[in-house]
Design a binder for this molecule. Structure first.
Ligand code: COA
Length: 184
């Protein structure tokens, strides 16, 4: 249990996700949760059930840079069950963002599952601000890879990271093509 300098109990919350990459929607949820709870750990899940563009370390760095001005937010990576990790760090609350009605079904299922696994930890869902309700990380990647503009949806350092990643992937692809033509 986390206590302040007066020995008072502090509420620690955990905001888990893939963050591939972090968007203004995630930042909005994290900043608002950090106002509600004494401490917020934003935890980047290392092996999500979907393909990721950025490595775990890259995703952590991007979230860290986005939230560096908030003294009560820590950014880490984790593996395994979210409920176990919440227990491990002493979090009493799991924070999730709800964008649209269709998010509810999965969040409800996840909240009930996590409650079954750790009944001492509750899930709190915050409504994503209307401005960001349409954003998802996949959509950001899709728009960017197709040459579209993602300004206003992700912070500038994420746009720079997307640029670097796309350039690196392009170099990698060109290298492979050259290798094939050399063999021929
Ligand atoms: N603003 C913008 N986008 C948001 C958002 C918000 N407020 N909230 C969610 N999203 C987007 C995410 O970017 C993500 O987009 P993508 O699918 O295009 O990448 C999508 O909505 C789904 O996000 P989310 O529901 O947060 O899933 P996630 O993949 O980021 O995280 C974990 C899911 C990691 C928390 C969950 O899979 C987990 O707990 N895994 C660990 C194993 C475990 O414990 N399993 C049992 C849990 S029931």
């Amino acid at each position: 249990m986390l206590r302040d300098e007066m020995g008072m109990e502090m509420t620690k919350a955990l905001y888990p996700g893939t963050f591939d990459p972090v968007t203004f929607g995630h930042i909005d949820i994290a900043v608002r949760a950090a106002k509600l709870f004494d401490h917020l750990t934003v935890a980047v899940y290392d092996r999500p059930n979907k393909n990721v563009l950025f490595s775990t370390a890259e995703r952590v760095d991007l979230v860290r840079e986005a939230l560096q001005d908030h003294g009560n937010i820590t950014v880490v990576s984790y593996s395994g069950l979210t409920a176990s990790f919440a227990r491990q760090i002493g979090a009493q609350v799991l924070v999730r963002g709800l964008r649209v009605v269709s998010d509810f079904e999965l969040e409800y299922q996840m909240a009930l599952t996590n409650y079954k696994l750790a009944p001492d930890i509750d899930t709190v869902c915050l409504m994503t601000s209307q401005d960001y309700a349409f954003i998802s990380s996949s959509m950001i990647k899709e728009i960017f890879l197709a040459g579209g503009c993602v300004e206003g949806m992700v912070p500038p350092h994420v746009i720079a990271a997307l640029r670097r990643k796309v350039a690196a992937l392009r170099d990698e692809m060109e290298g492979k093509v050259k290798l094939v033509s050399l063999k021929e």
